[in-house]
Design a protein around this ligand. Sequence first.
Ligand SMILES: [Zn+2]
Length: 300
Amino acid sequence: MRTMPNIQRQLQNVDPEKTIFMMTFLSELLETPEPLSEDLLSTYKLLIYTVVTNLALRKSQPPQVRPVWTYNRYTDRTQQIIRKPALDGQLLLKVLSHCRDLVLPECASRLVANVAAQTDSMDPQDFDSTILPSLKGIIIRLHEEKDELDFYYKMLFQTRLSNYVDRFVGSEPAQINWSRNPVRCGCAHCRDLNIFLRSPVDHAYRVRASKARRHHLHSQLDAYTDCTHITDRGYAEIMVVTKQGSDFAEKLAAWNKKARSATAALRSLEDWEDTTSSSSQLRELLGVRYTELMTLSTYD
Ligand SMILES: [Zn+2]
């Protein structure tokens, strides 16, 4: 058993890929048809303790570069980014089940506490594959009376699901009032421009303008506003002025998509429950926060 301290040392260098490797290894080890001997079982317990103490989930990734339309777009390398799979929540559940079934309460509570700590900084995109399936598996275990519904499980469900709603869905983008401060010039061209700038609903302005007029508007816009401006030379020389924040509709659509997917994911946690009953495992786990979390309203 001289190799164990080495393995333990190796596993102290926390890294998400090592966590996936070790969790796969641990979950398969007890699936063998022959039960493990006493000696191997004690080694297994030592190993599982080390793994749950040092687990790491993938951190938030920097935003990926969007593929851009270029003349050589077919060679554009940004389109070839392949995301590695996240830790499978079923593996997490198997390891937790092993801790519970082998009566290793300290291992089980460490695993629950470390998963809770790691989800604060984990990549929110991995919630659906790592966290939600493991929570669903816990509900099934509670349903089958394999586990007791205790303080640790309540803490795990309440903190992880509020983290999921806050970090995966986030707050709904607020409707933008398009009104902007005017430029400080009283000429006729700027008066027209100011009507557009003060408008609460218009976010783009097209005006046919000579080079001198464009130059004047350009310097006024740059001095007093955050608007972008380009010249459309397609038909006539048209200056196009756009207020910042015009991607609101896009942001709202993306948020709605996330909110729909999160609502479906949260409801799927109750698949196992009798929906006609007013009490359920999930209601009990979430306590007074049930309604708030299930309706995605944890933020102000
Ligand atoms: Zn002017």
